[in-house]
Design a binder for this molecule. Sequence first.
Ligand code: TYM
Length: 336
Amino acid sequence: MEKKRLISGITSTGKMTLGNYLGAMQQFVELQDEFEMMVFVANLHAIVLPIEAKVLKENIKSMVALYFACGLDPNKATVFLQSDVLEVTNLAWILSCNSTIGELERMTQFKDKSTKVRADNGTNFIPTGLLTYPTLMAADILLYDAQAVPVGKDQKQHIELTRNLAERLNNKFGEMFTIPEPIIRENGAKIMDLQDPTKKMSKSSTNPKSYIGLLDDLKQVESKIKAAVTDSENIVKFDVENKPGVSNLMTIYSCITKKTNSQIEEEFKGKNYGDFKAAIAKVVIKLLQKIQDKYQELFNSQQVEDWLEQGALKARTIAARKLQKVEWKVGLKYKK
Ligand code: TYM
């Protein structure tokens, strides 16, 4: 039986965080044995808001090496750069022409980001790409006939839109797209900000204490965990509503050690937050040390470039065939 195809990507706007790792990357690595896994660096999505060319290049190079350092295996997963497949912007255009401004404006991410841009720069500076971001994301998924998309919770709405667009075009022009399912893990789908545990941990945060970068200095990682906001109870208990900080730290610990919340509560019964944070720091540092060692080995290697070219070749073959079919169905091509 053919393996189910899965696809996902991470935007190269900044350095990868522990949130990206636990919500997305860890899943990619676990799923690559069982499924046909395609993973790309979403560099086209990274230019939606202004970013310096030099910074973007560094981010991309670093992210590609990190993908492999985190455990993506080039012999199992197809790893590529989003912009290496030109077909994706072509399909994104077709999807944009079949979506409405209203449905794109309803996306939570658009609302949040445009509110921020408006506050920083004024109303007239909202890039068009910020609005059409989800149609490019839908193209990323539909172009490869992916059956499922492993993501964190914040991307759920974008996958729902992708499903709606796929159904809409299938009805209008005839069957052409596979309807993708999101894969969102129960634990770790939304890792929170260490300083404000009611907010998502984000690589675009301006306060470095609020997130852990996979390439952070390990001493700093320890102090960030020690400085994470908790509460005054000194009881390790999972209760998102009343103890968001402690619950978030428990989730991080649980995703890495695979212990359940009740096992963790048991382990820290009678102990204080100092002991709890020291234990978390230990497992996070062990994980990051392993990733960073591998990263150092891969960062400047030709091997990474070769793997990326091999991935792009495979992705392009699938994409070209698909786009041909779509263009025929939609009527853009008159010769089969
Ligand atoms: P991005 O770069 O914001 O995040 C990449 C992945 O990490 C997940 N994630 C988190 N999970 C748990 N806790 C967090 N704090 C956290 N922060 C981020 C995200 O849910 C995501 O799965 N638009 C996408 C990239 C993209 C994409 C796609 C994904 C472009 N095209 C097609 C899937 C399929 C994004 O910006 O993710």
